[in-house]
Write a protein that binds this ligand. Structure first.
Ligand code: NAI
Length: 215
């Protein structure tokens, strides 16, 4: 459970609401009915009402939702306005793609350092950062106290470096390595990201469609 008695599965749906609301806001939409929002998002109106009621409900009967208010409330619930310091480990293909393409600042994150152990990558420019030697990571963490670490390094490297990061105050891992950190660290937030899992789920769904067509 998270946020009092709100389940993590509801929390996991909030970023999607947030993304849709941001698009609506950018398109100049002032208000939206739960019916229209549900049609846009492919959810039922009652699912949306149920989700948002977990936080006290934001809609008004006959009016729907004020897009800006709801967007701001969800930002607040997710804690996106807070300034959080992030570091990224592993400036390989994945790490560089994340550093370059993820919009950290709109979520309140400051990417303050990119580290790698490969001497050939030292000083390489990735966006507005230069890759730093991971030999200096511990001193950097002591000095700057980053809040979250993004792990784009191999499994063994993630396992080896995590205790030091936790010791120096890391509160959350955005973990792309194939090492399951949740097993070791109670009290630290871990989001494991496995693109392969998503692809396997897609595989299952395509298989199901084919099976249904052949019946
Ligand atoms: P890559 O080989 O291009 O980059 C890995 C980088 O990590 C290298 O530059 C290497 O020097 C660095 N590194 C190794 N040990 C380190 C340490 N102790 N400290 C700092 N840097 C260190 O690999 P790629 O494609 O960028 O993938 C990175 C990792 O993410 C791989 O282990 C891969 O298995 C995993 N991966 C996960 C995906 C996911 O969906 N979760 C998708 C693709 C890759």
């Amino acid at each position: 459970m998270a946020k009092g008695n709100v389940s993590l599965s509801v929390i996991r749906r909030l970023p999607r609401y947030h993304r849709f609301l941001k698009d609506l806001l950018n398109a100049g939409t002032v208000r939206i009915s739960s019916g229209d929002l549900s049609a846009k998002m492919g959810l039922t109106a009652s699912q949306i009402r149920q989700d948002l009621n977990c936080f006290g409900g934001f809609g008004q009967q006959g009016y729907g939702y004020n897009v800006r208010d709801l967007y701001e409330e969800i930002s607040k619930i997710l804690g996106l306005g807070k300034h959080r310091k992030a570091i990224l480990l592993g400036a390989g293909n994945l790490g560089r793609a994340i550093a370059l393409h993820m919009d950290f600042s709109s979520r309140g994150f400051e990417l303050m350092g990119i580290f790698d152990s490969n001497p050939a990558l030292m000083g390489l420019a990735v966006g507005d950062q230069a890759v730093q030697d991971s030999a200096g990571l511990e001193a950097f963490c002591k000095l700057h106290r980053p809040d979250i670490a993004i792990l784009c390094i191999p499994k063994e490297a993630a396992k080896a470096v995590a205790p030091m990061l936790v010791r120096h105050g890391i509160r959350g891992f955005w973990n792309f390595s194939h090492y399951d950190l949740t097993l070791d660290y109670d009290g630290i937030a871990v989001e494991n990201v496995h693109l392969g899992d998503s692809l396997s789920t897609l595989c299952f769904r395509v298989n199901e469609l084919e099976q249904a067509e052949s019946e």
